[in-house]
Ligand binder design. Structure first.
Ligand SMILES: Cc1cc2nc3c(=O)[nH]c(=O)nc-3n(C[C@H](O)[C@H](O)[C@H](O)COP(=O)(O)OP(=O)(O)OC[C@H]3O[C@@H](n4cnc5c(N)ncnc54)[C@H](O)[C@@H]3O)c2cc1C
Length: 494
């Protein structure tokens, strides 16, 4: 027979270990990763947590690096700071637009000189296409050059360009459904469901090569412009999925922008205003489900108890131990080697007699013998003194760089586990890894990898946590601030 005191202590134990009952006290939500996904998740959790909850959750964010931002990192060459990873945002990246306004960050508009930035397609022996460039700071001259280049591009690729644009517009239009109001937009339990609802799923089942052939793009446009853009934005060929391809093409249009001083400030700002305990230099090495809560262990030897855990980083190259083990489809990351050089390119390497004839952005066609995917001028310090960014699939050896450059004052190399290696049809990992409260934001990265898609996925995971952990009523509460892309909460104009 149980005594009264024994029954009471059993009840206390039950209260401690049942997540729903533990709502009597403050639940703890642990987020692994302080990039765009982790920081947006904290932001949306605070925004969507039921206002009626007497005990708002504790939020912990763990970051193995000493800085936040993840792949929104910067690099400093000779005292000048440049984006080393994610650099450009689309004008319709509405979460990023909104974060920037909310955090009072300054937007870096594409400078007027960009209009005269020259562009060329290198095939290893010659520039198969090169826009005109005139070294003039006079806006009128720049406008004329820009117009002449549009005509020139049109003459080479013809009406196919419009077909490409409408392919991109259609994908972007569908993506905009993710900004519809909460009333109209379900909470998605899987990536497949989320993509099907927006009409984007089919684009992940076929390659970009198949998609653009279906919309009638010419071989020339596909093998040159489309390939060049895909190589620059995802380091991969047109065999990536149609959706990743459309996102990549959208990232080459007009109105692109960035945050002045670095895109990482979005993550920093969101974390700062979300009442979060941030643990820098703390890598999580194991997550164990112990019935009603998770125990997280870090490389610092610390142990944390969390009712909810969200992984906000790709799991593919991590040594993160799960107990019990989780099952996700195998996914390889595409490594992009970003090499930053202060110096000057060697015109002879490009068969030219003067460095001024090398385009500001050199893209490349798909050829396994080409040692780089792109070279772009980041800053012109003087007539023969530039800062460059080179993207390549393999590391750029010194000997090779000595061939490509006639002078090199400084070289910095970064090896990014950059984005998924896309293959169609894509197989998606679950958002809910264990059927309990272990979530995976970056399951969505197989659809497309961008700062904005991380925020879109994080917003859905925040809603998923709020509805599954706090109870579904919370989300439909009229107290909840509505999120709509025409609502006042979201600023769409840049
Ligand atoms: C070279 C390059 C160029 C790109 N260009 C663009 C672009 O122009 N525009 C664009 O929108 N996107 C671009 N992207 C993609 C974009 O950077 C990513 O899609 C986005 O930043 C991903 O954010 P995230 O928070 O999901 O992941 P991440 O930024 O990778 O953040 C994950 C964080 O988790 C941390 N972490 C990992 N494991 C642990 C652990 N066990 N414990 C604690 N912390 C851990 C990591 O250190 C990291 O900070 C580019 C990416 C690269 C690499």
């Amino acid at each position: 027979m149980f005594s009264k005191t024994k029954i009471l202590s059993l009840l206390t134990l039950l209260l401690l270990f049942s997540p729903q009952l533990s709502l009597q006290t403050q639940p703890t939500i642990c987020i692994i990763g302080a990039g765009m996904a982790g920081s947006s998740l904290a932001h949306f959790l605070r925004r969507y947590s039921p206002p009626t909850t007497p005990h708002p959750p504790h939020i912990h964010i763990f970051e193995r690096n000493g800085v936040v931002g993840g792949r929104m990192g910067t690099v400093t060459i000779s005292n000048h700071t440049f984006e080393a990873g994610a650099s450009i945002l689309h004008p319709k990246n509405y979460h990023a637009v909104n974060f920037t306004k909310l955090l009072n960050l300054k937007i870096k508009q594409p400078s007027s000189s960009d209009e005269s930035d020259s562009f060329g397609i290198w095939d290893g022996e010659q520039f198969v296409f090169k826009t005109l460039s005139v070294d003039s700071k006079v806006p009128f001259v720049q406008k004329i050059v820009s117009f002449a280049n549009s005509v020139y591009i049109f003459m080479r690729y013809g009406w196919s360009l419009l077909k490409m644009q409408s392919f991109v517009d259609s994908a972007v239009g569908r993506f905009l459904k993710y900004y519809e109001s909460l009333e109209r937009r379900p909470v998605f339990e899987s990536v497949d469901e989320m993509l099907k609802w927006a009409g984007l799923y089919n684009l992940t089942t076929r390659s970009l090569r198949e998609e653009v052939a279906d919309v009638g793009l010419t071989r020339l446009l596909t093998q040159e412009l489309v390939t060049v853009i895909t190589r620059i934005n995802y380091g991969q060929s047109i065999d990536i999925s149609g959706l990743a391809g459309a996102v990549s093409l959208a990232g080459s249009g007009g109105g692109l922008w960035a945050v002045e001083g670095g895109n990482w400030q979005m993550a920093a700002g969101l974390i700062n205003r979300s009442d979060v305990a941030l643990h820098l230099h703390e890598e999580i090495e194991s997550i164990s489900y112990l019935g009603g809560y998770y125990e997280l262990n870090s490389t610092k030897g610390n142990s944390y108890t969390c009712e909810v855990t969200a992984v906000a980083t790709p799991l593919d190259e991590l040594n993160l131990l799960f107990s019990p083990p989780i099952l996700i489809p195998e996914r390889k990351l595409q490594h992009t080697h970003a090499t930053f050089v202060r110096g000057v390119l060697n015109p002879v390497y490009f068969g030219l007699d003067d460095v001024s004839k090398i385009p500001d952005l050199v893209g490349t066609i798909e050829d396994p013998d080409l040692p780089f995917t792109s070279i772009s001028v980041l800053k012109r310090h003087g007539e023969k003194d530039f800062s460059y960014k080179i993207f390549s699939r393999k590391p750029m050896a010194d000997l090779l760089l000595d061939d490509i450059f006639s002078a090199r004052r400084e070289t910095i190399r970064i090896d990014w586990g950059a984005y998924p290696h896309y293959t169609a049809p894509e197989a998606f990992a679950p958002f809910i890894l264990d059927g309990q409260h272990l979530y995976y934001v970056n399951a969505f990265e197989n659809a497309a990898s961008t700062m904005e898609t991380s925020a879109v996925a994080a917003e859905n995971i925040a809603r998923l946590i709020v509805s599954r952990f706090f109870g579904s009523e919370s989300l439909s509460s009229s107290n909840l601030k509505s999120f709509s892309f025409d609502g006042e909460e979201l600023h769409v104009d840049l």
